[in-house]
Design a protein around this ligand. Structure first.
Ligand code: SAM
Length: 239
């Protein structure tokens, strides 16, 4: 089951929806009050649970079709967490392909987030030869320019709250992308325009910039998800 292997995203947010929702329903029941706020919160918790256990995996299954992976692709997954997207990518690669998963393994962003758990997931799926895990901060990447054919990041960059640092992280992702390479960011929050602008300013051709619908709702349609993807020109025009 997805939740056992890959955990729950933002576990405290889910807990808050569930605890306050059930608490308010109980309070309304005992005091014979109206139920609406409790119902909305419990519904939010259920939708959140759907997205973190099923919805985001449907999003990933569709997203990897757009990556045009080759058997020898060199891929970087920023904020890979327990490896839900990373392992899907690794399954598409051949012996010469490699996906590097980079993370700080923060438990506030994903439950039981540890490099050893991600490594076990990779090993259990028979993907050990195709995956390399590193502990690092995506805001200061330690890779040379133009190292990867494909760079991905799912539900990770919005966790960088400082706008300038977040912009720098996206520019770092573009820096390490080879000419002709593909960058795909799946995220939630309010940054779709910001990411698209950085892509354009850096000379990337936008391939996708769109919302991801119900499967990407983190409790409500206001906290939805989106994908921004683009291609770095094959010749060097990026600024
Ligand atoms: C919500 S989880 C998503 C994990 C995975 N990409 C997925 O979709 O299942 C966000 C991840 O971003 C990581 N993260 C947050 N800030 C980071 C940073 N500055 N550098 C690297 N990883 C970071 C967290 O540790 C966490 O694993």
């Amino acid at each position: 089951m997805n939740i056992k292997r890959y955990g729950v995203d933002a576990p405290f947010a889910l807990l808050i929806y569930a605890v306050f929702g059930v608490g308010l329903l109980w309070h309304a029941y005992v005091n014979r009050l109206n139920y609406p706020i409790g119902i909305v919160l419990v519904l939010g918790a259920l939708i959140f649970l759907h997205t973190t256990t099923r919805g985001k995996y449907k999003i990933f299954d569709d997203a990897i079709k757009h990556l045009n992976l080759k058997s020898d692709s060199q891929v970087l997954d920023l904020g890979c967490g327990r490896g839900a997207l990373l392992t899907r990518i690794a399954k598409q690669l051949g012996a010469a392909g490699k996906v590097t998963g980079l993370d700080l393994w923060l438990s506030r962003d994903q439950s039981h987030n540890k490099m050893s758990i991600t490594q076990k997931n990779v090993d259990d799926l028979g993907l050990t030869d195709r995956v390399n895990l590193v502990t690092d901060d995506m805001t200061k990447l330690d890779f040379p320019d133009e190292s990867f054919d494909v760079v991905t990041s799912s539900f990770a960059i919005h966790n960088i709250k400082n706008e300038q640092v977040r912009i720098h992280a996206v520019k770092e992702a573009i820096r390490v992308l080879k000419p002709g390479g593909h960058l795909m960011i799946i995220d939630t929050g309010r940054n779709i325009k910001e990411y698209s602008q950085i892509f354009q300013d850096s000379g990337l051709q936008i391939a996708q910039s769109r919302g991801l619908g119900f499967n990407g709702w983190w409790a409500t349609p206001l906290t939805n998800s989106y994908v921004v993807a683009g291609n770095k020109p094959a010749t060097k025009t990026a600024k």
